[in-house]
Design a protein around this ligand. Structure first.
Ligand code: IPE
Ligand code: IPE
Ligand code: MG
Length: 243
């Protein structure tokens, strides 16, 4: 980005507000999901062009199974369509796609399109795009614990770094910035381990209206944050003697 210095290395998106976008227009909720789906590729290509190394999208949570069956199946159909359609474009731009979550339970067609996208782009060296689909943060941590127990790893060999290798995001750095659209101020079980020290940017803008301009606002806000990770920014600032 020309004018903003200090871009995040890993940005994660909670793409919320599709349903309300549709309801405001008197349209079925699925129309909002389709409108939101169109937004994904331009946002990712923009970040890739500005050398952001990792992005993760929250596409379907483990909690979203509680929605009406027709919305869930409509969402799967839409996700299969978007992955099929946008993968070629992302591949041409050097983006590497990774699935974050479990394939079990997803429709066979969606599983197939995810596997195809991941395999096709596996060798790419541009941005890594995590697609969190059938993903839940608590489930992910429980799954890691189960695998550690299964492998009989001695407790003294488990630390934060090695634990991270049992998560779906293995090889991803911690999240620097979480952007949530749609006005809710909560994490909704998204990357709760990886975003432990993230900056959060909440905007009332509904996901289908979230565009390059809104993204720039979020990145600018991030660039102005002071990240301290429990430490001190600088002696002068913290003593209160200088401003
Ligand atoms: C987010 O939009 C997309 C998914 C959860 C898949 P919503 O469907 O949650 O939209 P709202 O929150 O009802 O407006
Ligand atoms: C979070 O949005 C999940 C995704 C964006 C995929 P939700 O709309 O499901 O979150 P809640 O239910 O408002 O917390
Ligand atoms: Mg929502």
């Amino acid at each position: 980005m020309e004018s903003i210095t200090g871009l995040p290395r890993h940005v994660a998106f909670i793409m919320d507000g599709n349903g309300r976008w549709a309801e405001k227009r008197g349209l079925p909720r699925l129309e909002g999901h389709w409108a939101g789906g169109k937004n994904i590729c331009p946002i990712i290509i923009y970040l890739n062009n500005h050398a952001v190394e990792y992005a993760t999208l929250y596409a379907f949570s483990t909690e979203n199974w509680s929605r009406p069956e027709d919305e869930v199946s409509g969402l799967f159909h839409l996700l299969e369509h978007i992955i099929g359609k946008e993968t070629r474009k992302l591949h041409k731009n050097g983006v590497r796609i990774r699935h974050i979550g479990h394939l079990d339970g997803l429709s066979p067609a969606l599983q197939k399109s995810i596997k195809r996208a991941v395999n096709l782009t596996a060798g790419n060296t541009g941005m890594t795009l995590g697609v969190a689909l059938n993903y839940g943060g608590r489930e992910e941590i429980l799954n890691a614990v189960r695998n550690i127990i299964d492998e009989e790893i001695p407790p003294e060999d488990i630390d934060e770094k090695s634990f991270g290798e049992y998560l779906h995001t293995v090889d991803f750095p911690d999240v620097d910035l979480v952007i949530r659209t749609g006005g809710e101020i909560r994490t909704s079980n998204f990357l709760i381990w990886q975003a432990a020290y993230s900056e959060y940017y909440f905007t009332p803008v509904l996901w289908p209206d979230f565009n390059e301009e809104e993204l720039k606002k979020a990145l600018l806000a991030y660039s102005q944050r002071q990240r301290r990770f429990g430490g001190l920014q600088s002696k002068a600032k913290c003593s209160g003697k200088e401003s």
